[in-house]
Design a protein around this ligand. Sequence first.
Ligand code: FAD
Length: 481
Amino acid sequence: MTEITRDVVIIGAGAAGLTAANELKKAGLSVAVVEARDRVGGRLWTDTIDGAMLEIGGQWISPDQHALIETVDELGLDTFSRYREGDSVYVGPDGVAHRFTGEMFPVAPETEAAIAEITERLDAMVAEIDPDEPWAHPQAAEWDRISWEAWLRTQTDDDEAVRNLAFATGSAMLTKPIHTFSLLQSLLMAASAGSYSNLVDADFILDKRVVGGLQQVPLLLAERLGEDVFLSQAARTVEWSDAGVTVTTTPTTGVTGTTVPGAATGGLTVRARQVVLALAPILYDRISFVPALPRRQHQLHQHLSMGFVIKVHAVYDRPFWREQGLSGTAFSPYELSHEAYDNSNHGDERGTLVGFVSDQNADDLFTLSADERRERILESLSHYYGPEAKNPVVYFESDWGSEEWTRGAYAASFDMGGLHRYGADLRSAVGPIRFACSDMAGAGYQHVDGAIRMGRLVAGKIRETLQHADVDAATHEGVSA
Ligand code: FAD
């Protein structure tokens, strides 16, 4: 067992933890980052599968994500735009692929009118929500008590309109069935992206990617920390008091992935003044806290759960859909893969499609064999792009539900009523224990941008706390002298 002492120990080398560690180090504080996996990045993971570079986790950047954009720029990374020339495809209840351009799906005029009207209403509601404190809205309790689906059904009888409005925050973002989360949770999701309209605008929300992959962000942040990052070390115990913390880890076998220097072989004991839990909140209960966390945290963490989506990668010898004048952008609330995009890599002559299978559909698919799953998913993609979609040269499913140190995708959200009841305490420090991850962000909630914002925020709070403690100690010494 190696014993080290630092000002701050950070548990989790995702975007949030590595941002916090870099900010603290810049402020002259010493840090140690302990990471359960044998790679950094957490839900950011760029890997080569059967010769194709794939973004297994997060990848897109939208123009409002200033914290991520600043970080990408500061790290000297280049970005490129998602391919979007040509027609998009929508498959309606008739099962037919309809081409369209612009943001509105090619639906009947009355359905279009219902979607437009409710979108306007949602934008007005979202404009009143502060993503950092959605529970503070005067109607928060009311909006947290009705499910997203039930509320939409009070707005219109048009089922196709409901399905299309629902999926922006449902299948596409929170990745849970729409009866399982509240209207308030849905409004927070939209507010975190600036508006409901932003969220449904693929050209906005899925704007840019990083050349070479988004995992370079955590890889480069970790490089700056060098030997202060300890890989394959799962935090098992956090002993805490007002005087500080002791974090004990045990080595893990981890998963194969990109590594950086700093991997330790035995367990670690890190003594520090403060600890940052930079992991998804659904994983906190894997750690023993001594003494136990307070009642409020015990309760509130039980009301958060991960969504679940399968990200499907299909690589072809060429982007054949472009030859048909298709952009690759495709949607259907009636399809197994409810959305799909051209995800070809920068400078790569091959074409990559990425599709998503969410919540209940994802559960159902995992009852099938791998071959059946692949067949069903490619069949769904062929409804958008034609039969050629059934024959990729590389096929891969990102299954974050099986990842021990994540347990779902994309992120965690509250169950019905939980956001209003517990949201305000999610980020509250407990003695020297701080919490930071994308799952508790306001702007950039569930996104890398939110993770970076939370990393910055927690680093600022720690700096303040430790400076005050140092000033108090110096004053006390002065008085004693
Ligand atoms: P994480 O990345 O989860 O980092 C937490 C770290 O803690 C992990 O490395 C984990 O291994 C570690 N850990 C857990 N428990 C312990 C322990 N006990 N001891 C030590 N270490 C521990 N976001 C976007 O902005 N754009 C996208 O296009 C996008 N697409 C996505 C697609 C997928 C398939 C997924 C899964 C996510 C996507 N996201 C996207 C979301 C984004 O990737 C995450 O919100 C963000 O990366 C989370 O960062 P984090 O640091 O908060 O948490």
